[in-house]
Ligand binder design. Structure first.
Ligand code: ZN
Length: 388
């Protein structure tokens, strides 16, 4: 990868032909059409409150440097902003008369055309420090990671969008990263994370590719449609909505793509499912509420999904002490199952660390997780009982 330092471009140069998209609050082009300010892989313009826009212009007025800016030079000789898009959009808007905003000097608002000529010149002629980078997508991705360690770190999907930028990413972002999309609220019921930070797009790609996001993006990089991606995503969401009438927060972030693959050909009674969801979400012993959905889809076999509460150390010790005292009085083992056996263990007194706590009445049959439903068993018997 080649990097070149440019110190000859000024704020005024970058602002030539500046175009701003007011609907999406982002700068689009500059440098006389030679610069793409918001390439498709960039995060959205996030100086939403306007304060940082003003701070950028105030820095220029005071002659402060804006910090390093990074461009990527493409094969066609044009540039894309790799880092610095927000700063460029701020000064571009201020300098351009159409999308300008005011800065406050001595408590009075000033627009670009109400500044005195010296002040205006100070902004427009401010030099910028710009590194231009040329190289393979993987090299640029690696570099992108490094330069972004100083600011808000980029998430994996933002980096992937950078590596595989092209028509497919542009279309996919327009669908899945657009908070104005009418389907967004429904999607956010099932998918966690910020759509602007590519969380919905990442899940859509994850589901359609069965976890092989990068392979999928590489294979489809130059596609001019995203029908497979949108169809698969909507199919999964519709399936979840058809099986589960429940719409609470616990649904969000469940691995629906995997569960769809595993269970979509099984038939479920929506009413029966709804009843079990209510019961299990209500069960104070179920610690992992997000596991309830997979547990039900799998026919209520895999209890480990629920993280059913376990007995605490204090309860185990109290039950152990009571059991051991009674066993010693009777001259029998303190493991009740060993005590009724006929082998050499029938009189064995186990230490606490050699025993495990067991629900006398199983949790699935309504047994509580408290001392009244706890018995200590030797590890062998506990394992045998757990496997039944
Ligand atoms: Zn035993």
């Amino acid at each position: 990868m080649k990097t070149t330092l440019h110190t000859d471009w000024t704020v005024g140069d970058i602002c030539k032909g500046f175009v701003y998209d007011q609907n999406e609050n982002k700068g689009l082009f500059g440098l006389n059409g030679q610069l793409v300010i918001q390439p498709e892989y960039q995060r959205n313009y996030i100086y939403g409150d306007g304060k940082r826009d003003v701070a950028v212009v105030e820095s220029l007025l005071k002659g402060y440097p804006l910090g390093l800016i990074y461009f990527v030079k493409n094969e066609d000789g044009k540039y894309e902003v790799l880092d610095g898009q927000q700063r460029i959009t701020s000064f571009g808007r201020f300098v351009n008369n159409t999308w300008r905003f005011a800065v406050t000097i001595n408590e009075k608002p000033y627009y670009i055309d109400s500044l005195n000529p010296d002040q205006k010149k100070r902004i427009v002629d401010a030099p910028l420090t710009i590194y231009v980078c040329e190289g393979e997508p993987s090299e640029i991705q690696e570099w992108f990671k490094t330069i972004n360690m100083q600011g808000v770190p980029l998430v994996d999907q933002e980096l992937r969008n950078a590596s595989y930028h092209g028509t497919f990413v542009t279309l996919a972002r327009a669908e899945f990263s657009n908070t104005g999309n009418a389907k967004m609220n429904r999607w956010k019921t099932y998918v966690s994370g910020d759509p602007k930070r590519q969380a919905i797009l990442e899940r859509a790609l994850d589901w359609v590719s069965d976890g092989n996001i990068e392979d999928y993006m590489a294979a489809h990089r130059n596609d001019d449609k995203i029908a497979e991606l949108t169809n698969h995503f909507n199919t999964v969401i519709d399936w979840v909505g058809a099986v589960f009438s429940y719409v609470g927060d616990e649904l969000r972030g469940v691995e629906w793509g995997r569960l769809y693959r595993q269970y979509h050909s099984k038939a479920y009674s929506r009413d029966e499912v709804a009843k079990r969801v209510d019961e299990l979400l209500d069960d104070s012993q179920v610690a992992n509420k997000k596991g309830v959905f997979e547990y039900i889809l799998g026919g209520e076999q895999d209890k480990s999904l629920l993280h059913v509460r376990v007995f605490d150390e204090k309860t185990k010790r109290a039950v152990y002490n009571r059991q051991t005292k009674e066993a010693k009085e009777k001259g029998a083992s303190n493991c009740p199952l060993c005590a009724i056996g006929h082998d050499s263990n029938c009189k064995k007194i186990y230490q606490l660390k050699e025993m495990d706590a067991d629900h006398v009445t199983a949790w699935s049959k309504g047994g509580a997780t408290d001392a009244s439903n706890c018995q200590m068993l030797c590890k062998t018997h506990n394992r045998a009982k757990g496997n039944r």
